[in-house]
Design a protein around this ligand. Structure first.
Ligand code: HEM
Length: 495
C-alpha cells in the first residue's frame, strides 16, 4: 500500500544495475530523472535505491530530515579496506562516527591545522613550478609540452602524504602503486553488495584478491609509519627528560611540524580515546588519503582545462593574480594573504566546481527510519543517492547552466559551496558534509594562483583534440578522461 517513487522497468535479478554500472552513472541517472522526475526508485540487484535530483529534495535529505539520512550503507570493499569501516566517511551513523567526525573537525582539519600546513603547501607548490619549468625547457630551444595532469596528481598525492603521514613516497613505486590501487578499488563495483548470492562473481573477477592484497599492504605501511612516529616521540621524550627532567607530550600538541599521525597519537589519552583504537586511527589516515587526493586534483585539472578553453577568463584571472600578488617579488611564489583578495580566481574555481562536481553522486546514504519525501514513502533500509552533478546544471537554478560563466559568481558572490545552497553542494551538506573543505580549497587556490601567475599556457597544436575533449573518465571521482597536456611558457623568472 506504500506510495513509492516512480520506478523505471527493471531486469530480473540485476534490476536497474546496468544504470549504475554504466561508465558515467551520474549522466545515466540524470537522463532517468528527466523522464521519471526528480525522485526515482531503482533496484540495484535486490537493493532498493532512491535517487534525488532536485535542490528542493537535496535540502530535505541533507537538512530537513538530515538525521534519517545520516547513515551510510555497508560496503564490502570499504569494510575490508577501512578496518570494518571504522573510519569516518564509510562508518554507519552513531556515537563512534560522531566522535571521529569531531576529531576530524576539531583536530585534523580545523582551520588552525590547515594553516599549520602552509609551509608544506608552499614547498610543494614551489616543487611543482620547478618541475614544470624543467620539463618545459630541455636543452633544445623549443618548448616541450608538459603532462600537467600527471604533475598535478603527484603534487596532490605528495601534499596529502606529507600532511597526513609526515613523508611522501615519490620514487617509491611499490607504495605508490598500492595507494593508486586503493583509490581504484574504492570506485569498484562489488556484486556481493547488491546480489549477495552472486558474491562468487567478485572472487572470479579477482576483486576479492585485489582488496585483500591491498588492505594487507596498506596495513603494513600504516604500521611502519606509526612505529616511526612512536619511536621518534620516545627518543624525543628521553632527550627532554635528560635535559630538563620532564617528558614532552608528543608533537601533536604543537601547531607546527605535526602531521596527522602525530595529532592522532597525541589524542590517544584524551577524551576522544574510545573512538581512537589503533585501527580507527589507521582508518582515519586512509580516509584523508582517499577523500583528499583525487578530489583536490580533479578541481585543479578541470579549472585549468576550462580556462584554456576560455582565453578571455584565463586572461582576466591572470591579470588579477599578477596585479594582486605583491609578495611574489620577495617570496618567489604567490602567498595566501594575497590569494585571499583574488575574487575572480575564486569565481573561476566555483564555476569549474559547479560544472565538474568531483564526486557527482556524493557519497551514498542509508535511510534509517521509514520516512516520506514529497509525498512518497521511503522505507527504512533504502539507499539514497543525491545527483549533485545534475542539480548543479539544472536550468531552473542556473542561467545558461551548461556554459562556463564565472561571472555568475561575481554577480552573486554569496552563493557558496559550504552547504547552505542546495543547488550547489560539491561537498555535501548537513551532518555528513565534507570536513575537508578548508584543507582542499587552500591547496586548490595556492596551486592555481601559482600556475597562472608563473606561466602562459597554450595548447600544443598537435594536441588540440585531446585538450578540448572534456569527456569524464569512469570512477568515483569524475576526472578528465584524457590528460591535460599543455605548453607552459615561463612568465617571470626568479632564477
Ligand atoms: C575538492 C575536494 C573535495 C571534495 C569535492 C569533497 C567532497 C566530499 C563529499 C561529496 C563528501 C560526502 C558528503 C555527503 O555525504 O554529504 C565528502 C565527505 C568527506 N570528505 Fe571530502 N571532499 C574534498 C576534499 C576532502 C579532503 C581534502 C579531505 C581530508 C583531507 C576530505 C575528507 C572527507 C571526509 C573525512 C568525509 C566523510 C564525512 C562523513 O561521512 O561524515 N575531503 N567529501
Amino acid at each position: 500500500s506504500a506510495n513509492l517513487p516512480p520506478s523505471p522497468p527493471r531486469l530480473p535479478i540485476l534490476g536497474n544495475l546496468l544504470q549504475i554500472m554504466s561508465s558515467l552513472p551520474h549522466r545515466s541517472l540524470h537522463s532517468l530523472s528527466k523522464r521519471y522526475g526528480p525522485i526515482v526508485l531503482l533496484h540495484f540487484g535486490s537493493t532498493p535505491t532512491v535517487v534525488v535530483s532536485s535542490s528542493d529534495l537535496a535540502e530535505k535529505v541533507m537538512k530537513t530530515h538530515d538525521l534519517v539520512f545520516a547513515s551510510r550503507p555497508r560496503s564490502s570493499i570499504s569494510d575490508r579496506l577501512f578496518y570494518n569501516s571504522s573510519d569516518v566517511a564509510f562508518a554507519p551513523y552513531g556515537e563512534l562516527w560522531r566522535q571521529k567526525k569531531k576529531i576530524c573537525v576539531l583536530h585534523l582539519l580545523s582551520s588552525k591545522r590547515v594553516q599549520s600546513f602552509r609551509l608544506v603547501r608552499e614547498e610543494e607548490v614551489a616543487l611543482l613550478l620547478s618541475s614544470i619549468r624543467s620539463s618545459s625547457s630541455p636543452s633544445t630551444s623549443s618548448i616541450t609540452p608538459v603532462n600537467l595532469s600527471e604533475k598535478l596528481m603527484n603534487f596532490t598525492n605528495d601534499i596529502i602524504c606529507r600532511t597526513a603521514m609526515g613523508r611522501k613516497f615519490s620514487g617509491k613505486k611499490g607504495i605508490q602503486e598500492t595507494l593508486r590501487e586503493f583509490i581504484e578499488l574504492l570506485g569498484s563495483f562489488s556484486m556481493a553488495d547488491y546480489v549477495p548470492w552472486l558474491g562468487w562473481v567478485d572472487r572470479l573477477s579477482g576483486l576479492d584478491a585485489r582488496v585483500k592484497r591491498t588492505s594487507e599492504k596498506l596495513d603494513e605501511l600504516l604500521e611502519q609509519i606509526m612505529e616511526v612516529h612512536l619511536s621518534r616521540d620516545r627518543e624525543e621524550e628521553e632527550e627532554e627528560e635528560e635535559e630538563e627532567g620532564g617528558g614532552g607530550g608528543g608533537r601533536g600538541e604543537e601547531e607546527d611540524g605535526a602531521d596527522l599521525v602525530d595529532v592522532l597519537l597525541s589524542l590517544r589519552d584524551s577524551d576522544s580515546a574510545s573512538a581512537l583504537q589503533k585501527e580507527a586511527a589507521k582508518a582515519l589516515i586512509l580516509d584523508m588519503f582517499a577523500a583528499g587526493t583525487d578530489t583536490t586534483f580533479t578541481v585543479i585539472e578541470w579549472t585549468m582545462a576550462e580556462l584554456i578553453r576560455h582565453p578571455k577568463w584565463m586572461h582576466m584571472v591572470q591579470e588579477e593574480i599578477r596585479r594582486t600578488a605583491h609578495a611574489v617579488e620577495f617570496q618567489g611564489i604567490v602567498v595566501e594573504e594575497d590569494i585571499d583578495k583574488m575574487i575572480r580566481l575564486r569565481a573561476v574555481i566555483k564555476e569549474a566546481l559547479r560544472l565538474h562536481i568531483p564526486v557527482p553522486l556524493l557519497v551514498p546514504r542509508l535511510v534509517t527510519e521509514d520516512t516520506n519525501l514529497n509525498g512518497y514513502d521511503i522505507p527504512a533500509g533504502t539507499r539514497l543517492m543525491i545527483n549533485a552533478w545534475a542539480i548543479a546544471r539544472d536550468p531552473s537554478y542556473w542561467d545558461n547552466s551548461e556554459e562556463f560563466y564565472p561571472q555568475r559568481f561575481l554577480e552573486s558572490s554569496d552563493v557558496d559551496f559550504k552547504g547552505q545552497h542546495f543547488y550547489f553542494t560539491p561537498f555535501g551538506a548537513g551532518r555528513r558534509a565534507c570536513p575537508g573543505i578548508g584543507y582542499a580549497m587552500a591547496v586548490v587556490e595556492c596551486a592555481l594562483a601559482n600556475l597562472l601567475y608563473h606561466f602562459e599556457w597554450e595548447i600544443p597544436k598537435e594536441m588540440k583534440e585531446e585538450v578540448i575533449d572534456m569527456t569524464e573518465a569512469p570512477g568515483i571521482t569524475a576526472q578528465k578522461k584524457t590528460n591535460l597536456i599543455l605548453i607552459a611558457k615561463s612568465h617571470v623568472s626568479f632564477n
